[in-house]
Design a protein around this ligand. Structure first.
Ligand code: ATP
Ligand code: MG
Length: 391
């Protein structure tokens, strides 16, 4: 008998030929994460990932967070692995497991068996019945409830036999790096880090662009974005962060367009620049943290007027239908919320219109944009002078 961790993954199983690539990506990330705390071996075990400790005791407290938070993992469970798959051994070890984990009060339970080794001499129903009856007879505090049990005692017959009873849920999704790459417009707010996470959850690698306008925005605002990228990288893997010097472009726009339309033109310039960077780095899409109707620049009309600045790439807005509270809940889960709400004082709010237009017309905006002198050149210069950080 050996203490192990089993990791489950979901949709990957459906993905035909790509399955191996995706499984291997998962294995590699688990291996890399666990190498920081000890010697663990990570292998495939018929639709599960089996994690074993090669030296000393399995350090579940440290290992579980390093595995369960990897995107693509639906759940992990502390299990015991049996080399001897004899039914008598399974019965005894099931009692051992329940004694150890469910002794403190009365519990109702049932046994569920998964048998992927079809050569095993009993079928799953027979195994559940035998094991359940034996456990029930052996321990006084248990009753059987097949409909709504407190505990589901799992028996999985694979290359080896596994017994466990508790699932620790993960985020699900697909492993990062298996679905192409996107360039996120990352501000210091609550939304865009969550948008980055949502894309990564579908397997997309992330790079990020922050538009910095010193001295109108402070160093602390920039530091916030750096800290956000670093925190995000714990979930989404390596992140390249481009910090764009945006002051000149912003001032030119400020001097060329009516105040109430300024945000629309700023956003368009951000999009134009982001698309150029994205195309150059082989990204497949742009991503923003827009949520429909959240602020003036995120009405449907504003989104239409801004979006036409992008010529080629799709723009994803994974938060478009979410309420603020739903977004905040995710931000807390992934540890970006506390960074996003850090206060910082920008020295000046000249770029914030008092009465921003909520229903700009795309055709008018597109025409007016011609009044901004040298916009293309300003954008190219800004790209030229980007600072690039990697996490
Ligand atoms: P967030 O909480 O992400 O800051 P927000 O609700 O404050 O969003 P806006 O400021 O209107 O909304 O920005 C909408 C989106 O535009 C952001 O989610 C982000 O993707 C992008 N964005 C805005 N400002 C910047 C910036 N300075 N640098 C990079 N992206 C930005
Ligand atoms: Mg913002």
């Amino acid at each position: 008998m050996q203490n192990v961790l089993l990791a489950k993954y979901g949709e990957i199983a459906l993905r035909g030929k790509n399955r191996h690539l995706i499984e291997n990506a998962l294995l590699k990330t688990i291996e890399k994460n666990l190498a920081t705390i000890g010697e663990y071996s990570v292998s495939k075990e018929q639709g599960r990932v089996l994690i074993e400790c090669k030296k000393g005791e399995f350090d579940y407290d440290r290992a579980i967070p390093l595995v369960v938070n990897i995107l693509g993992i639906t759940a992990v469970c502390k299990a015991i692995k049996l080399e001897n798959s004899d039914i008598e051994n399974i019965k005894n070890m099931a009692v051992y497991h329940m004694k150890k984990n469910c002794q403190d009060k009365p519990y109702s339970f049932k046994v569920e068996t998964k048998r992927s080794d079809k050569k095993y001499p009993m079928d799953s129903r027979e195994i559940s019945y035998e094991v359940g009856g034996y456990v029930l007879d052996s321990l006084d505090n248990l009753t059987v409830d097949v409909h709504n049990p407190d505990v589901v005692l799992m028996v999985e017959i694979r290359n080896y036999v596994y017994i466990y009873s508790k699932l620790i849920k993960g985020f699900g999704g697909l492993p990062v790096g298996t679905s192409g790459k996107a360039t996120v417009l990352l501000s210091g707010g609550i939304d865009s880090p969550v948008a980055s996470f949502m894309m990564a959850k579908r397997g997309v690698s992330i790079e990020a662009i922050y538009f910095n306008s010193p001295p109108y925005t402070s160093d602390r605002a920039k530091q916030k974005v750096i800290d956000l990228a670093e925190q995000l990288s714990k979930y989404v893997g390596n992140i390249k962060l481009y910090i764009v010097p945006f002051t000149k472009t912003q001032l030119e726009i400020y001097n060329s367009v009516p105040q109430e339309k300024m945000t629309i033109f700023l956003k368009r310039a951000m999009f134009m620049l982001a698309e150029k960077v994205a195309l150059k780095s082989g990204s497949n899409a742009l991503v923003t943290g827009d949520s429909i109707g959240q602020v003036a620049s995120q009405t449907m009309q504003a989104i239409e007027a801004v979006n036409s600045a992008v010529k080629t790439l799709p723009v994803f807005r994974p938060l478009c239908s979410m309420d603020k509270q739903e977004i905040i809940d995710i931000a807390r889960k992934i540890g970006t919320f506390d960074i996003s709400i850090r206060p910082y004082e920008d020295c000046c709010t000249i770029f914030v219109a008092k009465h921003p237009e909520t229903k700009p017309k795309r055709s008018i905006i597109e025409k007016m944009e011609k009044n901004i002198e040298n916009l293309d050149k300003l954008i190219d210069d800004a790209i030229e002078n980007m600072e690039i950080l990697e996490f």
